[in-house]
Ligand binder design. Structure first.
Ligand SMILES: *Cc1c(COP(=O)(O)O)cnc(C)c1O
Length: 429
């Protein structure tokens, strides 16, 4: 199919009804699908035919939404997962087992950090965290013979660092492993990591893609670009027979779709972290306006970032869309149309003032959520990252005074007025 504009894909991607079929993507609220002969069903179980048989593995509603996200990212295949956490886990676990190792940027979401440094460790998978601004030499030094992937966030939650995707891709490929990037904050509307060399993209669709704080979900997209057979010994899961499918070899049977087929046929089958068709339907409604919402989030956030940086009580502001920001130039390269609505900043004083300021917001709400149509705030040191010590916080680039402000798509004047009145409560008028 001819490459379509992102707006068209947001609206129409993934679902093309034929004559007389529902104009809107139907919710296939069915665990199972009917066949006429036992033989037909058997072929599905052997992956010899493609077709639906059980919604833990695949469901038409979920597949349509995954196909839309896949087209937005420019991949060859995608699957929805029950959450962003499930997406991160499956994306890595599809390549690793006990005795393996991954390298990850330290500037990642708190939940991903726990997953990698605590839970993966229990499964025997070791992780080395690196400063995403390390030189190529420093990154190289983190790799081991058993390293199976490099992981990072395109825009880091909550520190708002912009990844040098080309540098990370080059280092990963030099070591014969794929680059997996979490593109949750930028969304494919603002950044398409495959165009810069990333191999696998993950999303927490809970954030901007849904955009209305309705459903928790995730997605994994495969670029199809990584040559598993060229690194046969590193990735036996993809390049040697899978006994649970009568000795099928994913990289031989599915070529460029090997990775995503294995994630579906093997990991989704065994771990069951699928998305419900109801949630996929709601996610799809969110996706239909992603290309309209992202520019408005960026426009509002830029005004707020400007206002914060002009305020004498604001100690520092991280917003890569703001001229003068440490990551401004890099953001212009990778995300020329804008980054997202999230701003990280600190107030004069620190922790106490941050909490007082947040408690006085009226329009902006304190919620464990981000990247929503409604303006929201969170204090990572007290909330999402509270498991981390102050030392670990700083390692992850999360200063104890950091306020994560997720600028919504309300009227900018009202957001600014709310920030202003809260600021007056803390520092006087
Ligand atoms: C929220 C988030 C996740 C985890 O996603 P859930 O849907 O909450 O499981 C992963 N990565 C990033 C960047 C996030 O913001």
């Amino acid at each position: 199919m001819k490459k379509r504009g992102l707006g068209t894909v947001c609206i129409q991607g993934g679902y093309e009804p034929k004559k007389g079929e529902a104009r809107i993507l139907p919710i296939y609220q069915s665990t199972t699908f009917k066949y006429d002969t036992s033989e037909q069903m058997a072929r599905l179980f052997d992956l010899e035919d493609s077709g639906y048989f059980y919604s833990r593995l695949q469901n038409p509603t979920c597949d349509a939404v995954a196909a839309k996200i896949c087209e937005l990212e420019g991949g060859v295949g995608a699957i929805l997962t029950s959450s962003g956490q499930a997406a991160s886990f499956l994306a890595v676990f599809n390549l690793c087992g006990a005795g393996d190792h991954i390298v990850s940027s330290a500037a990642i979401y708190g939940g991903t950090s726990n997953l990698f440094t605590v839970t993966l460790k229990k499964l025997g998978i070791d992780v080395t965290l690196v400063d995403p601004d390390s030189s190529a030499e420093e990154l190289n030094a983190a790799f081991r013979p058993n390293t199976k992937a490099l992981f990072a966030e395109t825009l880091s939650n909550p520190t708002m660092e912009v990844l040098d995707i080309e540098k990370f891709a080059a280092v990963a490929h030099e070591h014969g492993v794929p680059l997996i990037v979490d593109n949750t904050f930028a969304t494919p509307v603002n950044c398409r990591p495959f165009e810069w060399g990333a191999d696998i993209v993950t999303h927490s669709t809970t954030k901007y893609m849904d955009g209305h704080a309705m459903t928790v979900g995730g997605c994994i997209v495969d670029s199809g670009n990584f040559d598993w057979m060229a690194h046969k010994d590193k990735f036996p899961g993809l390049t040697t027979p899978d006994e649970s499918y009568h000795g099928l070899v994913y990289a031989e049977s599915f070529g460029r779709s090997a990775y995503i087929m294995k994630a579906t046929a093997q990991l989704m089958r065994d771990l069951g972290t699928c998305q419900s068709p109801q949630n996929a339907f709601l996610l799809n409604v969110g996706l239909e306006t992603l290309h309209l919402r992202m520019p408005r989030h960026c426009e509002n956030a830029l005004r707020v970032a400007q206002w914060l940086s002009d305020n004498p009580h604001v100690a520092w502001v991280n917003y890569p869309g703001l001229p003068g920001d440490k990551y401004y130039e890099r953001a212009q390269k990778y995300m020329p149309n804008g980054t997202c609505g999230v701003i990280a900043f600190g107030l004069e004083g620190g922790r106490e003032q941050a909490i007082e300021f947040m408690d006085h917001l009226q329009l902006g709400a304190i919620v464990t959520h981000v990247a929503d149509a409604r303006t929201s705030v969170l204090h990572p040191a007290s909330h999402t990252h509270r498991q981390l010590s102050d030392e670990q916080l700083l390692e992850a680039g999360v200063r104890p005074d950091l306020i994560r402000l997720s600028v919504g798509i309300e009227d900018a004047e009202d957001i600014l007025a709310d920030l202003n009145q809260a600021m007056e409560h803390v520092y006087g008028g």
